[in-house]
Design a binder for this molecule. Structure first.
Ligand SMILES: [Zn+2]
Length: 466
């Protein structure tokens, strides 16, 4: 059976067919790194990590790319306000992003390209568009000539005429047409800039993803993903840029996750219901947060509240308890030779059901229901007069396997390796050097939780296991 994906481009569920046998080339639009991410950004991180894990579970090799927008207006503003360099701020929040989503069980991407490290590719991509007549320079800026790409609007299902009726040229605009969008911006005084054939400046937002997807994955990719709010204009513009430039279809499947609401209201700074993932993972068990996020199919909106998170915790605990009881019983059960195929077949049936649900556009909500059914069956089995090691092991292993696919593995946390401890100590040293004492303390606490005791000496930091 194939994995079926709802494709925003065709508005249909389609069986996944990779460009290359056994491989998935997947690009996910990442954050602009000027602040900690809020839980709205944590959702795509978790959702598309689960998509990746599921493909891997089904035997695919996934080339997962997630970019960091490390220069833009917000970053420049933050740099000015904090009296820091744009790169320093970006570095800090990239580290924070990796830690926060890492706590939520998100694996590192194969590639994490940054705009400032791909400036040559971006500039030559823009030059390619100019050479082909799809873009033009105007007073130090470069714009994409939207009407020159006749399939514009195909992702968001809007026609150029519809779009044009809602837009107009602003006074002082250098554009030929109101629908044209920026590829390169002329430098303003005091801003960080790069040299280009059109003078010094910096790229617009959309172009980075076209240039970096091409560099890391090739001209045509399997899956392009991001939050629903990116469909228009960001992804529409990416398609226009890439297909105009490469002369090839850009992405075969477009996946978009739904919004997150807080207490049934849209999250916004003005409503004061803005929740940072950074704070949330400190207050709650990150596995419960991830479990909660996956309790709704990714395309649907999800409502967040403390009450709902509490509910998720007790649900997750039910699965955990069954798992622990199975393990406990296993230790006190003898291995018997009797035929156990009936129960073993039953357990195997849950695995099949789980795969069927996940094959249906990664329906984690239904996959979690299967986990509950498996849990119920395990509890029922534990009530039998005689339990058998083989069946207990089958329950134990399947619970581990399926929770692992969802990124909420039940297995006990493994001990930190020496290298991992050394790396954290080095990071703490750097944090202190950068006067980021909050981070330095955080690392000390994190290590303490994992039973590692630090001792600062004049020769450096020593550590031992407690
Ligand atoms: Zn993008």
């Amino acid at each position: 059976m194939a994995i079926n994906i709802y494709n925003t481009l065709t508005r249909k569920k389609e069986p996944f067919q990779p460009l290359e046998e056994g491989k998935v080339k997947m690009y996910v639009c990442g954050p602009t790194v000027y602040n900690y991410i809020h839980i709205g950004n944590a959702r795509p991180a978790i959702v598309f990590d689960t998509v990746r894990r599921y493909f891997e579970y089904r035997g695919y090799d996934v080339h997962y790319v997630l970019n960091f927008t490390d220069v833009d207006d917000k970053l420049i503003k933050a740099a000015n306000e904090m009296g820091e360099g744009v790169t320093d701020i970006a570095d800090r929040f990239i580290t924070a992003y990796k830690e926060d989503v890492g706590a939520l069980g998100v694996k590192e991407a194969v590639d994490h390209p940054r705009v400032t490290e791909n400036m040559d590719e971006i500039i030559s991509f823009i030059q390619g568009l100019i050479d082909k007549g799809f873009a033009y320079e105007a007073g130090g800026d470069v714009y994409f000539r939207t009407r020159s790409f006749d399939q514009y609007g195909k992702l968001s299902h809007q026609s150029i005429d519809e779009l044009r009726s809602g837009s107009r040229i602003e006074v002082g605009d250098k554009k030929e047409d109101p629908l044209d969008f920026t590829l390169w911006k002329d430098a303003k005084a005091g801003e960080i800039t790069w040299d280009s054939p059109w003078g010094s400046g910096r790229p617009g937002w959309h172009i980075e993803c076209s240039a970096m997807a091409k560099k890391y994955l090739g001209e045509t990719i399997d899956i392009h993903a991001g939050g629903q709010d990116l469909t228009f204009p960001h992804h529409e513009n990416e398609i226009a840029q890439s297909e105009a430039h490469n002369g090839e279809s850009f992405a075969r499947y477009w996946m978009h996750n739904g919004y997150i609401n807080i207490d049934n209201e849209k999250m916004s700074k003005s409503l004061g219901n803005f929740i940072l993932a950074h704070d949330l993972v400190k207050k709650h068990d990150p596995q419960v947060i991830r479990f909660f996020m996956l309790s709704v199919q990714y395309r649907h909106p999800i409502n967040f509240s403390d009450e709902l998170l509490k509910g998720a915790k007790s649900s997750f605990d039910r699965i955990k308890n069954a798992y622990e009881n199975i393990q406990h019983r296993k230790n006190s059960t003898m291995s018997l030779e009797e035929d156990q195929s009936e129960w073993l077949d039953k357990v195997a049936g849950f695995k099949e059901q789980f795969i069927k649900e996940m094959d249906d556009d990664f329906n984690t909500a239904n996959a979690i229901s299967v986990l509950f059914d498996l849990t119920k069956a395990a509890n029922l089995y534990l009530q039998e007069d005689q339990t058998h090691e083989k069946v207990l092991t089958a329950f134990e292993e399947l619970l581990e396997e399926l929770t692992g696919v969802l990124g909420i593995p039940l297995q006990a946390q493994e001990e930190l390796l020496d290298e991992e401890v050394d790396a954290l100590i080095e990071e703490r040293k750097q944090a202190r050097k950068n006067r980021d004492f909050a981070r330095a303390d955080e690392i000390r606490d994190e290590l303490k939780d994992r039973n590692i005791i630090l001792e600062d000496t004049s020769q450096g930091t020593r550590w031992k296991r407690g």
